[in-house]
Design a protein around this ligand. Structure first.
Ligand code: ADP
Ligand code: MG
Length: 350
């Protein structure tokens, strides 16, 4: 396979929140619907071009259909390792884009129109599974990286830390992670809800329900190979395809001062920032032409180890960069847009 772009990153600008509107924040980010994002404020004036830009009015469905997410699901069914990750400042809309507003409870689900990329992908996957004559075996695992520790979000009881190992055949992998089989949309939606409720969150100034951990939900898709009816017994080595579809909800980048974090919270913030920095570093090295590349320091953080395959190797990755339109978030918004522009130059060989 030829080298392909890591992903044409998609940009999503969320609407101003009530708090921002009440405070009288200016909108400094504008999109003209032609794939460009304009940032204009007193001392800054910059234009960025991307293949997909979603502005404040874009629906969850438009983001699913326009970002290439449906194709990613199909590639995963075809046996590729696919990853989608949302990144951006705390409160920029990452969790909203991936999962929609969190359901209040199992009996009070969010409105279907607001469901995020994850639930839409699950529906697409199960639809395809049915049309494949239920030949797909599906299972899910759900992990979080909190303070540089990997925890299983699906195993019952208090969160347990799992070791992250490396082997020649598997690359980096998490030992003893739980993988739960599912066959219906309800079952996978419940796994997502249960796992999300166990995720570490803590309230601070920017976002009352901000995620303090990176979360990775992986769907494993095994397609059982069709055995054509024959009279001669077939060897049992008939190939079957194994793909994965991984959703990564990154904790937000932030400056400690801005969020009023202190003590335990600033340890968290430093760990979050350190792994995001490691991710940024890997991405900028990967963006160099192949001949000029040096060693990629995946080992610098748990996050980059877990994402190594999707970033550098054989995976197909979609990045959704989330930004706030508010003048208050200007410098973070510019840094997210620069980060996404760099990621555009990364190529992989799926
Ligand atoms: P993050 O995960 O990046 O910290 P959230 O996804 O939690 O941010 O979003 C912060 C707030 O903004 C939430 O209250 C969320 O409901 C709201 N929000 C984010 N994106 C949108 C959007 N596209 N449309 C409407 N509300 C949004
Ligand atoms: Mg979040």
């Amino acid at each position: 396979h030829p080298a392909t772009p890591l992903c044409p990153p998609a940009i999503r600008v969320r609407p101003l929140t009530c708090t921002e509107t009440r405070r009288g924040d200016q909108r400094v980010v504008h999109s003209l619907g032609d794939g460009t994002v304009h940032v204009s404020a007193a001392r800054h004036d910059a234009t960025f071009g991307f293949s997909a830009v979603f502005d404040a009015g874009a629906s969850q469905e438009a983001v699913f259909e326009g970002s290439g997410m449906r194709q990613l699901v199909e590639l995963a069914i075809d046996g590729f390792s696919c990853t989608v990750f949302a990144f951006g400042q705390t409160g920029s809309g990452k969790t909203y884009t991936l999962m929609g507003p969190l359901a209040q409870s199992e009996t009070q689900p969010a409105s279907p129109a607001l469901l995020g990329l994850m639930q839409r992908s699950f529906a697409c996957l199960l639809e395809q599974s049915r049309s494949h004559g239920s030949d797909l075996a599906l299972s899910a695992s759900y992990l979080e990286i909190y303070n540089e520790q990997v925890r299983d979000l699906l195993s019952p009881g208090p969160p347990c830390t799992l070791p992250l190992r490396w082997s020649k055949t598997r690359g980096f992998y998490v030992e003893n992670q739980l993988s739960v089989d599912f066959e219906s949309l309800e079952a996978i939606a419940n796994l997502l809800l249960q796992g999300s409720q166990r995720r570490q969150t803590s309230a601070h100034a920017l976002n009352r329900h901000s995620s303090r951990s990176h979360a990775l939900l992986t769907i494993h898709i095994r397609s059982r190979a069709h055995h054509p009816p024959t009279r001669v017994p077939q060897p049992s080595t008939c190939p079957s395809k194994q793909g994965t579809l991984c959703f990564v909800d990154l904790a937000g980048s932030e400056r400690v001062k801005e969020t009023g974090s202190s003590g335990e919270l600033s340890v968290e913030a430093n760990n979050i920032n350190r792994s995001l920095l490691a991710l940024g570093h890997c991405i900028s090295l990967l963006a160099k032409p192949r001949g000029k590349r040096t060693h990629i320091p995946y080992r610098d953080s748990k996050l980059t180890r877990l994402l190594a395959r999707s970033l550098g190797g054989s995976g197909v990755t979609l990045m959704v960069a989330c930004i706030s339109p508010s003048s208050h978030c200007l410098s973070e918004t510019l840094s997210t847009l620069h980060y996404a522009s760099r990621a555009r130059r990364v190529t992989t060989r799926p």
